[in-house]
Design a protein. Structure first.
Length: 128
């Protein structure tokens, strides 16, 4: 995929609901494939990026646990090897700069002087 310049929108919760297996995120990142994180509003119960980030980490850790269990079941003396887990910092990148790169955009940086697009919502307290 990388050699073709393709990019992936990874929607981990949608994947959990509608796919026969989880997306191999760690392998895609290690192969330098452009990956952005998505929420797939129609395929999940929440549309926020924090939930998508959390689910990506959980899915990767589940994949890593399965990899280790399979090694043990096969009688492998060592369960070492490249971990399939991703860190929350990986998912922060995917939710920001990774998504921008996947779409061919210049944004998504967390650096001094960069533009920052965000929304702050303050909910009014309702008197009882």
């Amino acid at each position: 995929m990388r050699s073709l310049g393709s990019a992936i929108a990874h929607c981990p919760l949608s994947n959990a609901y509608f796919s026969h297996q989880p997306f191999p995120l760690r392998e895609a990142l290690d192969a330098n494939v452009k990956v952005g994180l998505g929420s797939d509003v129609a395929g999940g119960y929440q549309i926020d990026m924090m939930t998508a980030m959390r689910q990506a980490v959980i899915t990767s850790r589940t994949r890593e646990g399965s990899r280790v269990e399979t090694s043990i079941a096969r009688g492998d003396a060592s369960t070492s090897g490249a971990s399939l887990a991703v860190h929350w910092t990986d998912t922060l990148f995917l939710a920001t700069r990774g998504g921008a790169e996947a779409l061919g955009l210049r944004g998504g940086h967390f650096v001094a002087g960069a533009s920052f697009d965000a929304q702050l919502s303050t909910l009014a307290k309702i008197a009882a």
